[in-house]
Design a protein around this ligand. Structure first.
Ligand SMILES: C[S@@+](CC[C@H](N)C(=O)[O-])C[C@H]1O[C@@H](n2cnc3c(N)ncnc32)[C@H](O)[C@@H]1O
Length: 527
């Protein structure tokens, strides 16, 4: 028989702080209905960065319910409006902070209260890291069903990010409609889809601000509208160029990458502009933007224009239409930048994946190499690098292996992985372009080559079910699974445990001020 749904809730502020004045604020006691205002003490953090508070029911249930409050953080007492009610769970938006957390620190960024980019910024950095560690451990034990004692015996404290500001070599800014009918270029508002300007964002290196402001005002003079996603179109009525039928709009993203041109150590910028397909007028406007930016900023190495038809909010083009070099001439090769990893420089395309935190990526690469090379690699060993990108970090431990095969979807990245291997003299590394599931299944059926070690570094969604299935059939002796999402790592860990046991587990903080933690897990075949 299903339990009766709790009809009303009592906030925990009344229980936790009996001598505090805020317990008497309206909404602090008995609550019901959808537009409730709660006063709650936030006591933990959700994997998506929301604060979690507990409220007790005043009915028979007595076990209480969790309230997920967007914009709130552990240790705060907040007023929040309930926006969604689910079974034993409420979702709420922060209205105001009545009492800050005792250990709160001033934000590094002036946009912290509005921008969705860095929700943890007012938590001291060591405490941020502890929260993230807890979230990863909880996912591995709850979703991954890893025994707590075993988990504690293999878990190592996460490595901190060496830098807390100006650490990102890539920023994805979105265009949106401004209140005055113009263009905004910035990041998404906390808990919403609206784009807010963030000129003093502390994540990119110095110089981003000027490029952003120039790009915004130059794009605005085109008269073309910003792209507005279907769900938020009804809120964009005031923006010029968005017609009643909900035309998609043109300007979508401006992606800044910061790296080196070849081995010249002077840092340069690459601008990748993603728009909707806009016909001849759109292409002319995007080219004009590129030419003007390149004239204005001598440290800009290239401007790339790509078009995206799909309404998915992914900051990536589907079709490249233009690549201008620093002199404003068309040159496809100008999209190539270099970033350091280990003692190497890796070449990548302005649109290719590469770890965004340059300093912390070094810790990640060092750990991955150490885990793969631990105890000496047996002669004749082979390394399968799944989701290999441009060959990083797989090429760093590669010299210890007799063969390496990298599989990657992005054809441009595969061409660059080959080139990176060639430039490092790694003649035993091969790369194939395509879906990892299809290519891995083919490799598994090919009995002429055995693979004893696998490095898997999938996107946030984790290993595709077919990849996991093939891996379990392939049965390599060791699997190093690198993951940017502890929840999907935990899901896959549960399946891996049928044949593997964890040997080492840890994290590297690639994303300070966010709840995300990059995890490394080394698995050994049982028996
Ligand atoms: C987290 S990144 C890791 C890349 C690389 N190992 C690195 O650290 O730079 C995941 C990579 O998987 C690739 N990818 C995504 N889906 C894929 C698929 N179905 N098959 C093969 N590669 C895929 C992406 O293009 C991306 O390069």
């Amino acid at each position: 028989m299903s339990r009766p749904r709790p009809q009303s809730f009592q906030t925990n502020s009344a229980r936790a702080c009996p001598d505090r004045p805020w317990q008497n604020l309206p909404g602090a006691a008995i609550l019901s209905g959808m537009s409730e205002i709660l006063t709650v003490t936030v006591d933990s953090l959700a994997h998506d960065g929301r604060g979690i508070a507990r409220v007790t029911t005043d009915g028979n249930d007595g076990r209480g319910a969790a309230v997920f409050v967007t914009g709130a953080l552990p240790g705060q007492i907040v007023r929040a409006r309930v926006v969604r009610r689910k079974t034993r769970l409420l979702e709420a938006d922060l209205l105001d902070v009545l009492r800050p957390a005792a250990d709160a620190v001033p934000p590094l960024c002036p946009h912290q209260s509005v921008c969705g980019g860095c929700p943890l910024q007012i938590i001291p950095y060591p405490a941020q890291l502890r929260w993230k560690e807890n979230l990863a451990l909880e996912a591995l034990s709850r979703i991954g069903r890893l025994d707590r004692t075993l988990l504690n015996s293999v878990w190592e404290a996460p490595r901190p990010s060496p830098d807390h500001t100006a650490f990102r070599n890539k920023m994805e800014f979105a265009f949106g409609p401004g209140a005055d009918g113009g263009l905004v270029l910035g990041l998404r508002r906390r808990g919403g889809a609206e784009v807010v300007p963030v000129p003093d964002c502390v994540l990119p290196p110095a110089g981003a601000r000027d490029i952003l402001e120039a790009a915004r005002s130059m794009a605005e003079t085109s008269g073309l509208p910003p792209y507005v996603a279907p769900a938020s179109r009804r809120n964009a009525g005031r923006s010029k160029g968005i017609d009643a039928a909900g035309a998609h709009g043109f300007w979508r993203f401006l992606i800044l990458r910061h790296g080196q041109k070849g081995d010249d150590p002077a840092p340069r910028w690459w601008v990748l502009c993603v728009t909707s397909p806009g016909g001849a007028a759109g292409r002319t406007a995007a080219r004009a933007l590129g030419e003007r930016l390149l004239q204005r900023f001598p440290d800009l190495a290239a401007f790339i224009h790509e078009e995206r038809q799909s309404p998915d909010p992914l900051a990536a083009g589907e079709r490249r239409v233009l690549c201008l070099n620093e002199r404003g001439r068309e040159e496809a090769e100008a999209a190539l930048l270099h970033l350091p990893l280990g003692s190497r420089l890796f070449g990548l395309d302005a649109a290719s994946f590469f770890q965004v935190n340059t300093g912390a990526a070094q810790s990640l690469a060092r750990l991955a190499t150490e885990m793969l090379n631990a105890g000496g690699v047996e002669k004749g060993s082979s390394l399968l690098d799944l989701y290999c990108g441009v060959g990083a970090p797989g090429q760093l431990p590669a010299p210890a292996f007799e063969r390496l095969m990298g599989l990657e979807y992005d054809r441009r990245a595969v061409a660059l992985a080959r080139r990176n291997a060639e430039q490092a003299g790694l003649t035993h590394c091969r790369y194939e372009a395509g879906d990892a599931a299809v290519l891995l299944e083919r490799l598994r059926r090919d009995r002429s080559a055995a693979w004893d070690t696998v490095l898997a570094d999938p996107p946030r969604a984790g290993l595709a079910p077919r990849v996991l299935d093939s891996l379990l059939k392939l049965r390599p002796r060791r699997i190093l699974y690198i993951s940017c999402n502890p929840a999907t790592l935990a899901r896959d860990a549960q399946a891996l445990q049928t044949h593997y046991e964890p040997a080492r587990l840890t994290g590297v903080d690639l994303f300070p001020h966010t709840p995300h933690l990059e995890c490394l897990s080394l698995w050994r075949l049982r028996g």
